[in-house]
Structures are given as structure tokens and as C-alpha cells.
Design a protein around this ligand. Structure first.
Ligand SMILES: C[S@@+](CC[C@H](N)C(=O)[O-])C[C@H]1O[C@@H](n2cnc3c(N)ncnc32)[C@H](O)[C@@H]1O
Ligand SMILES: Nc1nc2[nH]cc(C(=O)O)c2c(=O)[nH]1
Ligand code: SF4
Ligand SMILES: [Mg+2]
Length: 234
């Protein structure tokens, strides 16, 4: 994290590793169906079995080094008002808090971060006009459950989302247990999503009906239905 940034020159030296940036419709989350700018950062501290962006996580991946002001200029050039920061794991980018502060100053721009649930969000929440957070809880079949930082649930606000990406009925049972234990529906939005081609949306709906899961949203990754699910940049 960078403290006491003293000059514009110093600030321009801070660079973020961007593996792709594009405009599409948001296929996920509270702004699903709306135009959004995607900034995808390189590298991740986890390795989920189902990860659909493993290519972004390797050291060999080509990336563009962008300063906060270059990212801001790109955002302004698109004339699109929703921004999704994703990856990889965006909150593992060095000095990401500085970028988030710059983005929080932009008028009429709505910023959200997709984060994996293992990184503490306390510093993000200290920012005025902080971005909304979509916080994954990595379920057993991801093999990454042991890394979840459950202290993050103290900071959740109505504008945030906890998302459970499910591969099986076992995962759904675990999601329900966590939702109930932390009373998540009273704190923020709660989404259930399917690992593409591992469990059908119909099976998730059946589970929701059987378990009276009110105040919870089923989420489909819309972009994977619109385009080839393996296509980058959409
Ligand atoms: C690629 S991740 C990047 C952000 C962050 N690392 C995370 O895991 O939240 C963005 C979102 O895609 C979800 N995702 C990744 N692979 C998926 C798949 N095969 N099916 C459904 N969702 C997937 C993740 O769970 C996460 O919610
Ligand atoms: N269209 C589209 N919507 C998305 N919403 C979240 C995405 C992500 O990879 O985090 C994503 C993505 O990759 N594409
Ligand atoms: S945390 Fe996100 S980017 Fe990292 S491996 Fe899991 S799904 Fe992929
Ligand atoms: Mg994606």
C-alpha cells in the first residue's frame, strides 16, 4: 500500500497489470444486462478448480502496465458509466487502494469489484464513496474454501453482494449454511450462480424451492449464453 504520495510524478510511477480491458454488457451481478467497462488484472492468490479466467493468472500472461490516470482516461473515453474491476484477483494488485480512491472521485461512475473472499476488505471500506463489492464465498468444490476470510462479513453493506458459485448439491447445502449462519440476506444481496456446465440453473431453482430460499437471486453468467463461453473480451 502506498502512503504519503507526495507528487504527481510519484503517483504516475504506480502501475497496474491489466490483461484486458473492454466494454460489454455485464453478464453478472446487480448491473447484469447493463453496459459496463471491464478492467481485468493479472494474477490471483487462489486456484479455483472451475476458474474460467485461469489464463489471466499466470506469470506468462501478457499485460499492459497502466497508471491510475491512464485507467481513468480509458474509462472516460468509453462514455460508459459502470466499471467492473476483476481478474485474476483485483485486490491483490499492489497499491490498488490508490486506484480505488481515484475512481471514487469520478462523478456518475459506478464502480464494482469482483473479489474472491480471501482478501480483507477493511481498507476498501474506509474509502469515501467506496466501490460496491461482490465477495465470493468459495465453496468446497472450488478447493479454496479454507482461504475464506470470514471477518469480511462485518463490513458488508446493502450495496454489496455475497456470491456463491455452486458446482453441486453439496455446494448448495454449504452455501445455505453460510447464508443462515451469517444472516447474509439482512446485510447485503445474496446470489447463487452455477459453475457453467457443472450444475444446471434448474437444479439450483429446485434447491431454492425445497429450502424456501427467499431474498436470494439466481444468477446466470449471461455473457456465456450470448457468446461462446470461452471467448475473451466479452
Ligand atoms: C474470474 S473471477 C475474478 C474475480 C475474483 N478472483 C473472484 O473469484 O471473485 C470473477 C467471477 O467469476 C466467477 N467464475 C469463475 N469461473 C467460473 C465458472 N466456471 N462458472 C461460473 N462462475 C465462474 C468467480 O467465482 C467470480 O465470481
Ligand atoms: N460480460 C461479462 N460480464 C462479467 N461480469 C463479471 C465478469 C468477470 O469476469 O468478472 C464478466 C465478464 O468476463 N464478462
Ligand atoms: S479466485 Fe477468481 S480468478 Fe482466482 S482462481 Fe478463483 S475464480 Fe479464478
Ligand atoms: Mg468472467
Amino acid at each position: 500500500m502506498i502512503n504519503n504520495i507526495s507528487s504527481d510524478v510519484e503517483v504516475e510511477k504506480i502501475k497496474y497489470k491489466v490483461v484486458e480491458k473492454f466494454v460489454s454488457i455485464n453478464g453478472e451481478g446487480q448491473k447484469a444486462g447493463q453496459l459496463a467497462i471491464f478492467i481485468r488484472f493479472q494474477g490471483c492468490n487462489l486456484n479455483c478448480v472451475y476458474c474460467d479466467t485461469k489464463w489471466a493468472n499466470t506469470n506468462e500472461t501478457k499485460y499492459e502496465l497502466m497508471s491510475a490516470s491512464q485507467i481513468v482516461d480509458y474509462i472516460k473515453s468509453t462514455k460508459v458509466k459502470n466499471v467492473t474491476l476483476t481478474g485474476g484477483e483485483p485486490l491483490r494488485q499492489e497499491n490498488i487502494i490508490y486506484l480505488l480512491k481515484q475512481l471514487s472521485l469520478l462523478e456518475n461512475i459506478n464502480v464494482e469489484i469482483e473479489t474472491n473472499g480471501s482478501v480483507n476488505i477493511a481498507e476498501v471500506k474506509k474509502i469515501n464513496n467506496s466501490p460496491s463489492i461482490t465477495l465470493d464465498y468459495k465453496l468446497p468444490e472450488s478447493t479454496m474454501e479454507k482461504y475464506m476470510d470470514l471477518t469480511n462479513y462485518e463490513y458488508l453493506e446493502k450495496k454489496d453482494t455475497v456470491k456463491f458459485v455452486c458446482s453441486s448439491i453439496g455446494d448448495l447445502n454449504k452455501a445455505k449454511e453460510i447464508i443462515d449462519k451469517y444472516n447474509l440476506t439482512s446485510k447485503c444481496k445474496v446470489y447463487l450462480s452455477s459453475v457453467f456446465e457443472k450444475i444446471t440453473p434448474a437444479e439450483i431453482v429446485e434447491f431454492m424451492k425445497e429450502n424456501n430460499m427467499n431474498d436470494i437471486n439466481l444468477q446466470l453468467q449471461m455473457h456465456k449464453y450470448i457468446w461462446d463461453p470461452n471467448l475473451k473480451g466479452v
